[in-house]
Design a protein around this ligand. Structure first.
Ligand code: PLP
Length: 390
């Protein structure tokens, strides 16, 4: 085969190589290290949710489902938003089923941004945000979050807005920091959105992982925000089925409809049998959500203790299933180099947070570990980290 004479990858995707998760998971597989890099659980969904998927396949739900998603799932998503947050939605027009939250984010950005528009987001940011903003021809304007508390700096937030701001893309609970934005911080964001007539797109995939009695506040529940917020979430994290890729976007009819216009040309529709199973899962009793959260909170405590014992400075997360730590107490300051050498030194894989920052100085010494793993795996990783080879 001859090689094309010009660069193959579009300039819009320049700099976006393999995602750090794929790179680090490959490193874990190659070295046999414990993978605390990628955020996927090593336990399964509740048996009845798995059964519901098998039943749906056997019942013949194996062809293209309707474009916006099956009616039962759209009704279940609307019921979930009412049950947990008091948000009222019409399942016909205000709810869209997507192929994971990832597709909802991509479709929203492609549908809502003109080339040259600006998107205010918060760094460190989930890596698909930067890529999808670039694919849409828009520009990211990150507001930097810094440890230890990753609080929003009101001055930096105000400075990120301009007349070109089209939307704010906000993730709470936040990956990779584990930050759960407070109502006061969300009010600051909402003030700018209302004053400047800006749309908010929120990524709430960790909505059920909020610890120590804190509450998750959807931005859409703040005054004047329901009519300008597209709320995105997915089943992957909440039901430990990250491979099923069932997500959703909810909000004002016009914004949902615009997002659906882009979605129909990305995947058209999303996995039919899994939609049936997630309709079942969303109706699980409160006890499921409570014990899921309590279980992950205990794992957070377990890994944080292990990382502290290994000498890292740990920023205890309020939510998600990630914890970030500063490696400088170990006498190192380059998180990327640290993560590349960690599989050999300690047979553990972590992710360097710097890849999610434009401000490389802030992110440089930070490393992210996932704790959505079995207790014995967490303990094993902690032991290895506490006694690395030189
Ligand atoms: C913040 C955030 N958004 C979106 C996703 C992807 O969600 P999904 O698997 O539903 O596409 C992830 C997965 O790690 C995430 O951490």
């Amino acid at each position: 085969m001859t090689t094309p004479s010009r660069a193959l990858l579009t300039s819009r995707l320049g700099g976006f190589g393999t995602t750090i998760f794929a790179e680090m998971s490959a490193l874990a597989a190659r070295t046999g290290a414990i993978n605390l890099g990628q955020g996927f659980p090593d336990t399964d969904a509740p048996a009845e949710v798995l059964e519901a998927a098998v039943d749906a396949i056997r019942a013949g739900h194996n062809q293209y489902p309707p474009g916006p998603g099956i009616a039962a799932l759209r009704a279940a998503i609307a019921a979930h938003q009412r049950r947990f947050y008091g948000i009222e939605l019409d399942p016909d027009g205000e709810v869209l089923v997507t192929t994971g939250a990832t597709e909802a984010i991509a479709a929203a950005l492609l549908a809502l941004c003109e080339p040259g528009d600006e998107v205010v987001t918060f760094e460190p940011y989930y890596d698909s945000y930067a890529a999808c903003i670039a694919l849409a021809g828009a520009r990211r304007r990150p507001v930097t979050l810094r440890p230890p508390d990753y609080a929003i700096d009101p001055v930096a937030l105000a400075a990120a807005f301009s007349p070109r701001t089209r939307l704010v893309l906000l993730n709470s609970p936040h990956n990779p920091t584990g930050k759960v934005f407070t109502r006061e911080e969300l009010e600051l964001v909402a003030d700018h959105c209302r004053e400047r007539d800006v749309i908010a797109v929120t990524d709430e995939v960790y909505e059920h992982l909020v610890f120590d009695g804190r509450e998750h506040v959807p931005l859409a529940t703040l005054p004047g925000m329901a009519e300008r917020t597209l709320t995105i979430s997915s089943a992957g994290k909440t039901f430990s089925v990250t491979g099923w890729k069932i997500g959703w976007a909810t909000g004002p009819r016009a914004v949902v409809s615009a997002t659906q216009t882009a979605k129909q040309f990305l995947t058209f529709v999303s996995g039919a049998p899994f939609q049936h199973a997630i309709a079942h899962a969303l109706a699980l009793p409160d006890a499921y959500f409570d014990s899921f959260r309590a279980g992950l909170q205990a794992k957070r405590d377990r890994l944080c203790a292990g990382l502290e014992a290994a000498g890292l400075e740990v920023f205890r997360p309020a939510g998600t299933y990630f914890v970030t730590a500063d490696i400088r107490p170990l006498g190192e300051d380059d998180g990327h180099a640290f993560c590349l050498s960690l599989p050999e030194r300690a047979r553990v894989v972590a992710v360097p947070t710097v890849v999610f920052y434009d401000d490389k100085e802030v992110g440089r010494p930070l490393v992210r570990f996932a704790f959505c793993k079995r207790d014995d795996v967490i303990d094993d990783a902690a032991t290895r980290l506490a006694s690395p080879s030189a």
